[in-house]
Design a protein around this ligand. Structure first.
Ligand code: UGB
Length: 588
């Protein structure tokens, strides 16, 4: 109390709130006024930040924490009363007529979309020291994820706005959620690369704040073990994106500008823009308020499963159930074997890839009610079975895909399943963990992420009529992968399957050892037979370039690299190979 005079009136109110919420330990140890006064004020500045960055403030955080910790101690299952069943959604086959119709509809709709990249996570599972969006998605061109995302959005913008002939919005905005762990490096990556061609005003940063850690079941806020004037904090999870879009006013701004869709995506999926146009088409055609993109998922694979949950009281929802909860939920609900593959070789529950498309109107309406707060969870690691003490402090967490949990049953929540080869190749696992993934399940490593790009592009060209040789199997960093010809193109060349089909003519073929890089947006491939490396450089965008004939050279080869070899840069080591550029033909 003697210290109260050090604080501003707002801080005094916060101190009272903390006392009421059982947090007196935060300042009980304070020495008399005159000692460490600045540090005491600093603690309250931090309290004010924690209070203002959480919907409902710190009091609400502590109250929810107490409830969730009590539920966790009692072993309460969050899915109590719910029975899981297989939901029905739209299932697309890449390249067929239905797919093409959706793709067409999606491209037209895209100019009314806004994109949101959640990139606040450091990717501890990957064990990479930099920010994940700076990693190359493939090392043939070295294009990083962030550049590829921006190239894709700009390609969508160009095509979509051209089709609209000047009607409605002309720019597609991008919001990037960062955190203290990633913010400055993300800004720097953009600034040092002229925003990869996007206007700086098109990009908005939303920085998420960490939340207070908790020491015990009474939700006593944890002080930093090395600084008794600082509250220990940890990330709250990607679910923060909703409250940030709401509190920053960005969502409202987008709606006022006539936008209709928000498309959320994660930091390292080099395939996702091949799936976005058609998925957006599904949202627009079916009028989905929420559309989750999904892929067939192997039972127990470490991605969430999209599940229909029916409550005893009749409520139903279609929601992602995290992989560690799906199996026990099934076992407790009359599926004694839990999460197992069906005769298709996949789990009947499609895998959530956390690429979500929301319709802005209903989304903003819901956030106006909730302030963007979504259902949280807590995952304390207890010292023993009495569940009275934690091994280390815990905190509340939230996930962006839990947004539909608060929606009324009238909300139109759907999903779109697409083959994984064309929609999902994240880079999440380090080489050691990836090598331990059960055979047949995806590695989700830098190795598999890069090989997936070549496979998808090869298969798309095959569908478009090119004779592409079969892949060979090779092992890199202990992972056996299919090595297809290294075919890479810029989104402005082949944004959609229709674009690709329209630019490939006659009898074309590509051998397995070949590399083909297409940068020129208006390049046509005519009767080309390639055996080696061919680089088609970006000419003036409008200029038509034609590439044809038999082309042969020594090409580019792939050389194994050991991930333990620290003389090789980390982004190369984590994929287990490097590209040796021996000989190539450069056009035009
Ligand atoms: N992220 C943030 O922006 N802020 C945070 O505080 C945390 C993360 P992870 P996760 O695609 O396979 C998700 O760590 O959370 C960003 C789904 O929950 O890569 O383990 C981060 O930068 C799961 O259902 O994934 O699992 C990254 O871009 C499944 O779909 C993104 O959030 C799984 O992804 C995801 O973070 C998957």
């Amino acid at each position: 109390l003697r210290n109260l005079s050090l604080l501003s009136p707002e801080q005094v109110e916060l101190a009272k709130m903390l006392l009421e919420m059982g947090q007196s330990h935060l300042f009980e140890h304070w020495p008399e006024p005159g000692v460490d006064d600045d540090k005491k004020r600093e603690l309250f500045n931090q309290v004010a930040r924690l209070n203002s960055s959480y919907p409902g403030g710190l009091a609400s955080y502590i109250k929810t924490a107490k409830e969730l910790l009590a539920d966790s101690k009692a072993g309460k299952n969050p899915y109590d009363g719910f029975t899981p069943s297989v939901p029905s959604g739209e299932s697309l086959t890449f390249g067929d007529d239905t797919f093409l119709q959706y793709e067409d509809a999606g491209v037209k709709e895209a100019r009314k979309a806004a994109f949101v990249l959640v990139a606040g996570g450091l990717g501890e599972r990957l064990g990479y020291n930099g920010i994940k969006v700076a990693l190359p998605l493939e090392t043939t061109t070295g294009t990083c994820f962030l550049q590829h995302y921006i190239d894709s959005i700009l390609a969508l913008q160009e095509t979509s706005c051209r089709l609209a002939q000047g009607d409605g919005p002309t720019e597609i905005p991008l919001a990037i959620m960062t955190s203290d762990d990633t913010h400055s490096r993300t800004v720097e990556l953009l600034e040092s690369n002229a925003y990869f061609g996007m206007k700086p005003t098109q990009v908005k940063f939303l920085k998420q704040e960490k939340v207070a850690c908790l020491d015990d079941n009474d939700a006593r806020v944890a002080l930093d073990p090395h600084n008794k004037y600082k509250i220990q904090t940890k990330p709250h999870g990607h679910g923060d994106v909703h409250s940030l879009l709401y509190s920053s006013g960005v969502l409202k701004e987008w709606q006022d500008a006539g936008r209709r869709w928000v498309v959320f995506f994660q930091d390292t999926n080099g395939l996702l823009f091949k799936a976005i146009p058609s998925a957006l088409g599904v949202s627009a055609t079916k009028g989905y308020h929420v559309n989750s993109l999904a892929v067939p998922r192997k039972a127990k694979e470490a991605i969430g499963g999209i599940t229909k949950l029916t409550h005893q009281d009749g409520r139903t929802m279609v929601i992602n159930v995290e992989y560690n909860q799906l199996d026990p939920l099934l076992r407790a609900s009359g599926y004694p074997d839990g999460d197992v593959n069906s005769e298709t070789g996949y789990s009947p529950f499609p895998g959530n890839i956390n690429q979500l498309i929301f319709e802005i109107g209903p989304y903003l309406e819901e956030l106006t009610k909730t302030g963007g707060a979504i259902k949280e969870f807590v995952n304390p690691k207890y010292k023993d079975s009495t569940k009275t003490a934690f091994k280390s402090s815990t905190r509340l967490e939230c996930m962006m895909q839990d947004y539909p949990k608060t929606l009324p049953p009238s909300a139109r929540v759907g999903f779109t399943v697409m083959d994984a080869w064309v929609a999902y190749a994240p880079v999440k696992n380090n080489p050691e963990d990836a090598a331990k993934v059960p055979k047949g399940n995806p590695y989700h490593s830098a190795t598999s992420g890069e090989m997936a790009i070549y496979k998808a592009n090869s298969l798309i060209l095959r569908k478009a009529g090119v004779k592409v040789d079969d892949p060979v199997l090779q092992v890199f960093n202990g992972q056996e992968v299919e090595v297809w010809p290294r075919i890479v193109w810029k989104p402005k060349w082949g944004l959609t399957y229709s674009d690709v089909k329209g630019k490939v003519h006659g009898n074309c073929s590509v051998t397995q050892r070949s590399t083909m890089v297409i940068e020129a947006p208006n390049c046509h491939i005519v009767d080309l037979s390639l055996d080696g490396a061919l680089i088609i450089n970006a000419a003036d965008g409008t200029e038509q370039v034609e590439v044809s004939g038999p082309l042969q050279n020594r090409g580019w080869t792939i050389e194994s690299v050991d991930y333990k070899d620290t003389s090789v840069p980390e982004e190369v080591r984590i994929r287990g190979f490097k590209i040796n550029k021996i000989e190539q033909l450069v056009k035009p």
